[in-house]
Design a protein around this ligand. Sequence first.
Ligand SMILES: [Zn+2]
Length: 472
Amino acid sequence: MTMQIIKAITHIRILEANTGKLETLDALSQVYIPLVQQYINYFCGCGITDNVPIIGYFPPNKFGDLLFESELSKRWQRVAIQQAAGVARSWLTNRENAYRAYLQELEDYEKDQLEPEPNPKLKLPVWKDWNSPILRATVIQANVNVVSALEPEDQAVLKLERAHGQSQSNSQFDYWLKVATLDKGKPIYLPIKLAKYHKQMLEGHVPSTSTTLSKRQDGSWWLTLTITEEVEAPVPNASTSAEKVVGVDVGIKNFITSSQGRCYGSFSGKLATQHKAERQKRKRKAKLIACLKKKGLPKSKEKLPSTSSHSGQKLSRRVKQSINRAVNQLLDELPPEELKDVTIVYEELNVASMRFKARAMNAYLYASNLGHIPKQLAWACAKRGIATLTVNPAYSSQQCPKCNLACRDNRKTQETFSCKCCGYTALADYNAACTLANRANDPELLQCLGKEEIKALLAHRHQKWLLVRAQA
Ligand SMILES: [Zn+2]
């Protein structure tokens, strides 16, 4: 199986070769961004009945019809639709996941109410629908139809330079960006100078034809290029011996806990502190804006402090970086001579299990970042030629490795596993990692379809264990 990963090359400054070019870009964005927003509102608004999302609603067609009047060219309008469809799609998916989580909570609550003694701590969950996403930053996700990166040797640029009598030598700039503007048939050419590390990343790759242009608050424009890397993922070894299997439990307190008893990366500590500060800052800003609006001051929108999620994205990036570090650490510690025999076993993370793991942390951000761990594991393993296997994690955090009893009470605290029946005790994450590793060599369990079958199999094994003990 071939795996692909898309890498972004960011922070490429768009230089201003002569005055006016960036103003043209500004003028373009002032028409483009509102149009994207119009389509976002349209796409997101269609999936609702009575303030409840329609599950499975998937309309944003990135090749859909032009619906709104615009002075932009049709090509630019199509780009706007694609960008809006992308934003709407991920928002709709996130909202649907949150809604499913709500339905699950509601089901849990209703089941509990039928018990003879309902849990007094459980409250009736309430669904509050989300507001449509708002584009706060000036970001243009363009394709080759409207923006193209030209290498210096490109004939078009040479011709252009000659025609305009420009004296820039070819070696002065690494790329030229050709951007279609509001004036039909009058593109602008923007020069790009790459830093050394940009060149290193680009070496041996052809950048994708889609580009991102973004404007910062100081008015400067920046370019993001992407490249695609491919690796061949090794197939898990069918005759993997138990000691060559490394089970991996994914969590928040420890991003990764291995069945070898090691932990890597954590959301607690520095990242959690940053997150807390971030939330407080946003709250303060929102309060200030509400206050200013009440007073009717100031009129200009631009003077209001922004509540943009820019710093939230920064934190999210940092979490991803530390997840990547944790994954690398785990793999670096494996003996190099054994890599070809090792299989890394981890759980298929689904919304329900992510929600369970993220519950303590309450924010959706964590759930989405948790999902980055298996992705990164798959990629990093493939890159190093290490085989991987995903197993169903159902009851893996509650299952006793000795007597197979799987029940919630085996987890009295978040940290420790303590079997109610046989008394086996271990660190909870470590126990879960070992359980996942064992499942890799458990054909009977691997064949189970779904949670209920796994539960039945474990119950059956537990009964057998009890019988053997009674006979002894
Ligand atoms: Zn037990």
